[in-house]
Design a protein around this ligand. Structure first.
Ligand SMILES: [Zn+2]
Length: 67
């Protein structure tokens, strides 16, 4: 099952395992805010630390993408 990365304005990035036939999430399962799917792999888009969105908690789980 593929894992998709979403970005929530409140919670930051999180991963969800979905069937490829599933619809993309529209709402964060945690806080119900709208989320955007992050297309990983080679697009050069980095959402993590550019500072254009506000994180009010710091997650040190080390789940940053290694690619
Ligand atoms: Zn959220």
């Amino acid at each position: 099952m593929p894992t998709y990365v979403y970005r929530c304005m409140k919670c930051g990035k999180f991963e969800v395992s979905q069937q490829i036939t599933d619809k993309p999430l529209e709402r964060c399962p945690t806080c119900q805010e709208p989320v955007k799917r992050v297309i990983s792999g080679g697009s050069g888009v980095i959402y993590k630390t550019n500072g254009f969105y506000i994180t009010d908690h710091k997650d040190k789980k080390g789940s940053h993408a290694a690619s």
